[in-house]
Each structure stands twice: as structure tokens, then as C-alpha cells.
Design a protein around this ligand. Structure first.
Ligand SMILES: [Zn+2]
Ligand SMILES: [Zn+2]
Length: 333
């Protein structure tokens, strides 16, 4: 089968590799749609080569069962939680595979077949498109988890500012709207701002051209928004969090990158601001989120700007790395 491997320093290649065999409790999934993630790009840009098939966001059809698979059947449509875990430790018992001491990322979505443990596979109802699979596997469920941890609720009037309009930020716009909030998106790349509008943002601001905090506060119709979701991981995005919020406002820090200490804890006190960190999600929340989207017919297709065949894998990574895009995906048939 064909798969994309990383050669280091923004070089990659489409290589012929053996089809993986499912082990005990594992299934083999034939890919339908795979997504390129920001975290794939961190690895792509690094000097160190990764000579195995990359990619961790996928949807597909179960094609072969390993020994002792008890629930899944051949033909099931699935998305795959992208952290493997051991299945036995305390954190795995919570479904929080990302914190398992033996965790590894389920790699291989840039190849035609992925092997994953049965516990990682979440079935997709027929009404849910395969194109939403990569969003479920990682970025959109990450945004859902951040909004759920913030306590965004449909019965409360809510305004949300999303800083950073990559795939996690674009997903936060879609999910925030589905939770009944009004949402403003902020970025410095014009192409991403346009995708955010297509994703249903109530307002957008290009922070390279306008004062983002001023625009966010004006959008709130009050002294600031109820919630901020910070996905850029930049010092600039993070320094805008506190002045964007109303009193008792809450923010989730989701993006990684900058090590600059731009937040002064003293600024939280008198305005009772809550900051929380949010990374990945337990597999149970992935199940909840698939149901949430199916019941609301919520799709992330408006966030997809580029679709590639695996033969054009090198170009797909180049386009994603340039960042003037929404979600970049591989289609397998
Ligand atoms: Zn991802
Ligand atoms: Zn574990």
C-alpha cells in the first residue's frame, strides 16, 4: 500500500509499505478520509526523519478483525481516537488514553490501511459523512472538549472569541454555534478568516489589520465575551485573552507553541477570571460528540479547503504547511 513518510526538514515521500496486520484486540481499517493536523506539521518541520507512515486523523471501514475482537464487525464505519493507551491503567479506565504512561499515537492515517485497537474505534452512524471522521478523531473533538470544560450551555446567552483559525479554531466556531453561542473568530491570515466565515462565524477580525481586543469587546455588546478559546498558542493570542473577557469570564488554552509568560496571574483576581488548559479528550467524550453532531446534523465539511489523492501526498503537506488554508484531507476513493 502507499503511505506518506517524513524525511525531516519539510521533506516527505509517498512510499510503498506493507499492509499492517491487526494484532490481539485490534482491527484493520481501510481509510476513507484522513486529515493533516497541526501536530503532524510540527513533526514534518522537525529535522528528525520519521520512516513510518504518519497521520493520526481518520475515518474508514473495518476490513479485518484480529483475534479477540468482540464488538466491531467487518464493514463498520468508524473514526479512531488517536491515542492508543494500554487499556488497563487508571487513566485508560477513564478513557483518557493521552495520559497513559504507555501511550502512543495511533499512526498511519496517511496510508491506505490503519491498525487500531478496538477500544479506540468509535462507530459512525450512516448519517455522518466520512469527511467528518478526521475531525472527530482529533481537532473537532478537541474543540468540543474545550467548550465542554468551559461549561458553554445552550440555555445560557453566550459569546465566544476564538483566537487562531486553524482546524481546531474553525471547529470551535462550528461547535460553539451548535451550542447556541455567538462566535467571533480572530486570525492574522486572510484565507483562514474567509474559511471561518464559511464555517458560520458571526464576526471575524484580522488581527494584522485591526485591534483584536477592541473588536472582540465591541462584538460582545458588553465589557467582553463570556468565553475565549485560544488555539493559536502564540504570545499575541494569549496576551489578548484576559482583556477580551467580561468579569467572571472563562478561557480555555488549547494551542501550544510560545513559552513567553504573557499572562499575569494577578490580573485574574479582581475580575474572577478562570483560565483552564484543555488537551485532547477521553474516548467517552468522542462518543458523546459523534452523537451531538449526528443529532444536530453538524458537519465540518465547510472547514475543508483542499482534498488530495495519496499520490499527491508531497503537495498536500506543502499546502498544509503554508497555512493559507482550512483543513487539508486525503480522499481514498
Ligand atoms: Zn490531530
Ligand atoms: Zn493505560
Amino acid at each position: 500500500m502507499k503511505g506518506v513518510v517524513f524525511l525531516g526538514n519539510r521533506q516527505c515521500a509517498v512510499k510503498e509499505v506493507p499492509i499492517p496486520e491487526p494484532g490481539n484486540g485490534e482491527v484493520r481499517v481501510k481509510m476513507k478520509v484522513s486529515g493533516i493536523c497541526g501536530s503532524d506539521l510540527h513533526v514534518y518541520r522537525a529535522a528528525e526523519p520519521r520512516d513510518w507512515v504518519q497521520g493520526h486523523e481518520s475515518s474508514g471501514v473495518v476490513e479485518k478483525l484480529g483475534p479477540n475482537v468482540t464488538k466491531l464487525k467487518v464493514g463498520d464505519r468508524v473514526t479512531i481516537h488517536h491515542h492508543q493507551g494500554c487499556g488497563q491503567c487508571y487513566y485508560c479506565s477513564l478513557g483518557d488514553f493521552v495520559w497513559c504512561p504507555d501511550d502512543k499515537v495511533v499512526s498511519g492515517a496517511f496510508g491506505e490501511y490503519v491498525v487500531a485497537h478496538e477500544r479506540n474505534c468509535v462507530t459512525l452512524p450512516d448519517s455522518v459523512s466520512f469527511i467528518d471522521g478526521p475531525f472527530f478523531a482529533c481537532v473537532a473533538t478537541t474543540s468540543y472538549a474545550a467548550l465542554r470544560r468551559l461549561g458553554v450551555a445552550p440555555h445560557l446567552p453566550s459569546t465566544i472569541a476564538v483566537y487562531g483559525l486553524g482546524p481546531v479554531g474553525l471547529s470551535a466556531i462550528r461547535v460553539g454555534k451548535a451550542m447556541g453561542a455567538r462566535v467571533i473568530g480572530v486570525d492574522v491570515i486572510e484565507e483562514r478568516i474567509q474559511v471561518a466565515q464559511a464555517c458560520g462565524a458571526d464576526a471575524v477580525v484580522n488581527a494584522a489589520q485591526a485591534d483584536a481586543v477592541e473588536a472582540v469587546v465591541a462584538f460582545s455588546g458588553a465589557e467582553g465575551v463570556d468565553y475565549v478559546v485560544e488555539t493559536s498558542g502564540s504570545a499575541a493570542g494569549r496576551s489578548n485573552i484576559i482583556p477580551s473577557l467580561r468579569r467572571e469570564g472563562k478561557a480555555a488554552l488549547v494551542g501550544v507553541g510560545s513559552d513567553d509568560k504573557v499572562i499575569n496571574p494577578g490580573d485574574l483576581v479582581y475580575r474572577r477570571i478562570t483560565l483552564l488548559g484543555s488537551v485532547v479528550f477521553p474516548v467517552g467524550w468522542l462518543r458523546d460528540f459523534v452523537r451531538f453532531c449526528a443529532e444536530r446534523q453538524l458537519t465540518f465539511e465547510p472547514a475543508v479547503t483542499h482534498r488530495f489523492h495519496i499520490d499527491d501526498g508531497v503537495e498536500a503537506l506543502r499546502v498544509a504547511d503554508e497555512s493559507k488554508c482550512g483543513k487539508v484531507v486525503f480522499l481514498w476513493d
